[in-house]
Design a protein. Structure first.
Length: 140
């Protein structure tokens, strides 16, 4: 078993692996497989096989930049449908790891939408966005 594990580790070295888009596509493929158990349409079989080929092609790809950009486009699109906009699948949610920070509050800049971390309980404070230099007042 150790030899196979080493072979697999060497094989995957330099390859992209899996990401949020692949996980989503795998769930879609699973749904199509379950659907095919009931409807038995030929095009569902073909679509499932093509989807699985695409998933494995992305996983074994050595073109990191192209796969990364595909995943970023997917995450941007998927964030429109999620409650917690800053989170990808499995990331735990939140803003750069501060989701469980009880001493700070996350605000959005009205100028550019940048998320800003400010201390809780400071009262009404003047905030200066480091991204667009918009100044705004907020009670925290």
């Amino acid at each position: 078993m150790g030899n196979f594990r080493m072979w697999l580790a060497n094989f995957m070295r330099g390859r992209y692996g899996t990401d949020d888009l692949n996980k989503f596509l795998l769930v879609v493929a699973l749904v199509l497989i379950i659907l095919d158990l009931f409807v038995r349409w030929r095009w569902v079989d073909i679509l499932t096989v093509l989807l699985l080929i695409y998933i494995y092609a992305r996983m074994f790809s050595r073109n990191y930049n192209a796969r990364y950009m595909e995943n970023q486009k997917f995450l941007a699109f998927a964030s429109k449908f999620r409650k917690n906009k800053g989170a990808g699948y499995g990331s735990g949610g939140g803003f750069a790891g501060f989701s469980r920070d009880k001493d700070h509050k996350i605000l959005r800049c009205p100028g550019c939408g940048q998320q800003l971390r400010v201390p809780k309980g400071a009262g009404t404070i003047m905030i200066n966005c480091p991204n667009c230099n918009t100044k705004f007042q907020k009670k925290v």
